[in-house]
Ligand binder design. Sequence first.
Ligand code: BES
Ligand code: MN
Ligand code: MN
Length: 459
Amino acid sequence: MDMKAYLSENRQRMLDELFDLLRIPSVSADPAYAGDVQKCAEAVANLLTEAGAINVEVMATPGHPIVFGEYKVDESAPTVLVYGHYDVQPADPIELWDNPAFEPIIKTTPIHPEGAIFARGACDDKGQMFMHVKALEAMVASGDVPCNIKFIIEGEEEVGSDNLDDFLEEHKEKLAADVVLVSDTGIIANDTPSICVGLRGLAYVEVQITGPNRDLHSGLYGGAAPNPINILCEMIASLKDEDQRITVDGFYDDVLELSTDEREAMARAPFSEEAYKKSIGIGGTEGEPQYSSPECMSIRPTLDLNGIWGGYTGEGAKTVIPSIATAKISMRLVPHQDFEKITEQFMSHFEKIAPPSVSVKITPMHGAAPAVTPTDSPAYKAASKAMQDTYGKEPIPVRSGGSIPIVASFERILGLKTVLFGFGLDSDAIHSPNEHYGVFNYFKGIETIPLFYKYYAEA
Ligand code: BES
Ligand code: MN
Ligand code: MN
């Protein structure tokens, strides 16, 4: 039976099974959900087995488990390692969801006239990960699986994949493959396919400024007592200059500057500044003036506040000079910035600019290395041909601004390049309320993935 016919006959079940996964609140960040994370791993393992995988295991780590499974065809065929994650971001703020985050529902939107599945994890990454499980099922049903396939589906991507490096080190042989295939990124639009060829790295820190040893009356003490919120704000404001360059000493030392040719190639991807502004309701964009907005979001590093708090934030007014102010800061990194070096540079810079009136405590949180993937490899070409077939257009290579910490580790530990074969849209609201994933995108992925295997096996 051909793929289209198989997908249409099994369409409803393929949606129902995804819905069952989406109902499990596998929030990796919050220990309260640890049982659901475990339950989700087991559900993924069962679905992998049902799809035809063998040697399926839920493998314990010091954190959340990793699901392994494989499908063997022939020693002479190439082996593809499929990576995905079954954990999700917290649903907060839950009051901003139009429907409950873990009760999936299909609704149409202007961008998804065929309907989109609304639920936490619909796009990032349960929906995209599950396309690979369903693609396996469809290939097995058709009697044509062109490659050996191994799956590792983890449960800690959204908290930095801290235990996955060790897992790769320990299971090098088990995971031996020719290339890694990941659907956890996006395309430009449903009529404009693209393949992600770069991810940014990440250095994430929490900073805490302590002033007086207790909260003070802002009238009695105000004027002479150092206010940690004022000071934190001044320090943070000084982290960027008037050209929006980050002022941390040495921050740009290792930043790879792209050639004019590379920048011209990037500029061929369609981007409308007006549509971008409209889509997120802003009056203007930021960034270094000599770089375009797509460049500022992909090939340039950033420094952003993710949260800031301190003092009185309840109802009404309270006159107080707080003792403590805290902020969470993320720095997205580009090749060849090293997250450990950047974290150290940030820490010594931030300590240096603090006035003697306060003390500073900095806690490093996440680190991830940036990654660039090749466009001239057999695997990229197979992915490109597969999309050409199903979209009727050659996909455009695009660098993304997001991070997938393990991609650099696949190369460093297993010596494997990755193809970032994602099918989501930037407008799918990943990590936000009302996350969704197009029904079109879901089935397009299931239809396109088998063609990747076909062309990769032929290469
Ligand atoms: N799937 C995303 C990353 C992504 C999305 C890359 C779209 C490119 C396009 C991933 O799940 C994610 O959110 N990563 C985190 C990493 C962090 C938690 C260590 C990120 O980028 O913030
Ligand atoms: Mn993801
Ligand atoms: Mn994510």
